[in-house]
Design a protein around this ligand. Structure first.
Ligand SMILES: [Zn+2]
Length: 350
């Protein structure tokens, strides 16, 4: 999208004109594809198979994402230390940003940097300092790469999110901050999500909201409260799983019908039976947009078909919509005149 003079519009200019779609969920998609290990969940694929990361960025843009988000989720110091590869921290970040930038430039998409939950924040002064340092180095690399804005995502603790926001805003770039709300419906600090979002907005966040953890059904009620509480843009990027009031998060889902799953829960590697279909994501996008949510996407578990469904829920026809289902030409179920009557009559026996 451009302003007609060939200049790419920024995030805030695009939000002023309408919703923005941002595909997330790279970790789960590469895990499924066999290039990333569940558990540590470190995106080494960025260095090992950059071509695949570029390709997935392109698939998400083809499906309707307005944003190429650099795959730096969990590419932070704590995670790389955990797998004894701290020396890869800077190369991994710079490579992820370069890959994303190339695709964003090619496709006219926004380029987003990304920071996330550090897993070292514990509410002490030492941890606040450690978190700030981790954010500062990653945001610095994002600035070097020329990102349009920075996402800070999946924060259980709003206070950690506030530190991330502070680091992002010190660069002058727009900040999208999204919180992860677990089973009890509050942040790790014990704040209501709408109060946490309000504090983030008051502290300068350009977009506030929720990502990950909750599926469409259990994220929507929280979004309604956030929308009422904050004045600015709201973000919603659920996981595409059928969470329920009893099991409101994808980590809390249980599958009593299957006794083959290692451990006590389907998360993260046996969630397949809970995956939302595209129509559920389309419906979510429509409902969230009707609430006034302007920044939409899908997190862990998202496939390109989910992103296309979000785009179509907003009334868009991204390039991938060329291949959206048209059952009229199905061999048995179709209505097309060229399908033999005998096949149409056989349809009930399928
Ligand atoms: Zn996620």
């Amino acid at each position: 999208m451009s302003d007609g003079a060939g200049t790419k519009l920024g995030l805030l200019e695009r939000l002023a004109e309408g919703p923005v779609i941002c595909a997330e969920g790279y970790l789960f998609e590469f895990e499924r594809r066999g290039y990333l290990q569940a558990g540590a969940f470190v995106p080494e694929v960025v260095l090992e198979h950059p071509e695949l990361v570029a390709q997935l960025h392109r698939e998400f843009v083809h499906a309707g994402s307005d944003v190429v988000e650099a795959f730096t989720y969990y590419a932070h110091r704590e995670k790389l230390r955990t797998i004894d590869k701290e020396h890869l921290l800077e190369p991994l970040n710079r490579q992820a940003l370069a890959i994303a930038k190339e695709v964003a430039d090619d496709t006219g998409s926004l380029l987003a940097g990304d920071i996330c939950n550090t897993n070292v924040f514990v509410g002490s002064d030492d941890s606040r300092l450690a978190v700030r340092r981790m954010f500062a180095e990653q945001v610095g690399w994002a600035v070097d790469a020329g990102v349009d804005y920075v996402v800070g995502e999946t924060f259980t603790w709003a206070e950690e999110a506030l530190i991330g926001l502070d680091v992002i805003k010190s660069t002058g770039l727009p900040a999208v901050i999204t919180l992860a709300v677990h089973q009890d419906g509050t942040t790790g600090d014990g704040w209501a999500p709408e109060d946490a979002c309000k504090r983030l907005e008051d502290a300068g966040a350009d977009v506030v909201g929720l990502n990950c953890i909750r599926g469409p059904r259990t994220m929507l009620p929280l979004l309604e409260r956030i929308r009422e509480r904050v004045d600015g843009h709201v973000a919603a990027l659920p996981v595409p799983y059928r969470t329920t009031d009893a099991e409101p998060t994808f980590q809390s889902l249980r599958d009593p019908g299957c006794d083959l799953i290692p451990g006590d829960r389907p998360f993260p590697s046996a969630l397949d039976p809970f995956v939302c279909n595209r129509y559920e994501l389309e419906d979510f996008a429509r409902r969230a947009h009707a609430l006034g949510v302007a920044y939409l996407g899908v997190c862990c578990g998202a496939g390109p078909h989910h992103i296309r469904a979000v785009a179509e829920g907003l009334g868009r026809t991204p390039p991938a919509s060329r291949y959206s289902p048209d059952m009229s030409k199905h061999a048995f179920l179709g209505t097309d005149a060229r399908i033999p009557q005998e096949y149409k009559e056989y349809a009930d026996r399928l």
